[in-house]
Design a binder for this molecule. Structure first.
Ligand code: SF4
Length: 268
């Protein structure tokens, strides 16, 4: 089918049926970005996210990573860029994700990745391969809050030390494509003391961009974000010379937004 210029509806989810009956999801954001999944499920099972609610079923193969863009193209669409930010932790499927990223590089496809940084030793190589940058989801500026929100993730202090080590080794141009994700959760990590800790943390990495995120509701989870607090944090951090972004409107959706992708099974 020929490639069209018209785009599907923003936040349009694409179920990708796999050979063994599992179904992962890709989602097309209104920013003309196709977000693909890296694993069938996720072993990290973060309490804030739907994607790990069944744990990890298996890794996606290289062919299954490629299938997601292929199926999108077969519908007649072409994204401007890709992001590996869907179901799964990319660093836990590193061999296949790495091969996929190298193939994307060869084709001139811009690709970014979102990770918790769980496999700390692979972070540096990931950053070197991601042409459009890496988002490191911390959601915390202290080890205690980090452990609460990403309990199966990396050791917070070790991860911060690794970022400190890598930071001066990366070109400034590349550093400006790197970001820290911080999902504001009312009463959990949005207190004034959290804001001060976050400011101090971001001052260690002045070329990074801080992405403030708003929670997308997930059934059975009792979290929410306070929009006024997000606005206050944004203005305060900006006034303190932090490169900070408000929540990306395309990724705020109860169906297709960050944290709302589910692993499913096709009906027999
Ligand atoms: S937030 Fe990321 S790492 Fe955590 S369960 Fe969801 S997909 Fe996995």
């Amino acid at each position: 089918m020929p490639i069209q210029n018209s785009a599907p509806a923003p936040n349009c989810k694409f179920p990708i049926a796999l050979h063994d009956g599992l179904v992962v999801e890709a989602v097309y954001y209104g920013s003309e970005t196709l977000c693909i999944s890296s694993q069938a499920g996720c072993a990290l099972a973060c309490p804030i996210c739907a994607s790990g609610s069944q744990g990890l079923k298996r890794q996606l193969t290289l062919a299954e990573l490629e299938l997601q863009l292929d199926q999108f193209r077969q519908k007649g669409f072409e994204p401007k860029r890709l992001t590996i930010s869907g179901i799964g932790e990319p660093l836990q499927n590193w061999t296949n994700v790495r091969s996929y990223m190298i193939n994307c590089q060869k084709q001139g496809l811009g690709i970014s990745v979102t990770t918790t940084g769980v496999v700390i030793r692979q972070l540096e190589e990931l950053i070197s391969l991601a042409t459009n940058g890496v988002m490191i989801s911390l959601h915390a500026a202290t080890a205690a809050i980090h452990r609460q929100l990403i309990p199966n993730g990396p050791d917070f202090l070790q991860l911060c030390c690794e970022i400190d080590r890598i930071y001066p080794l990366i070109s400034r141009r590349k550093r400006r494509k790197l970001g820290i994700n911080y999902l504001l959760l009312a009463g959990i990590n949005d207190r004034p003391s959290d804001l001060q800790a976050l400011l101090a943390m971001m001052q260690r990495w002045p070329d990074f961009t801080l992405h403030l995120l708003r929670y997308n509701p997930v059934a059975g989870r009792n979290f929410h974000s306070d929009p006024e607090t997000i606005d206050h944090w944004h203005d305060y951090l900006l006034a303190n010379n932090i490169s900070v972004r408000r929540p990306n409107r395309w990724r705020n959706s109860a169906d297709g937004g960050c944290g709302t992708l589910y692993l499913q099974r096709s009906s027999p």
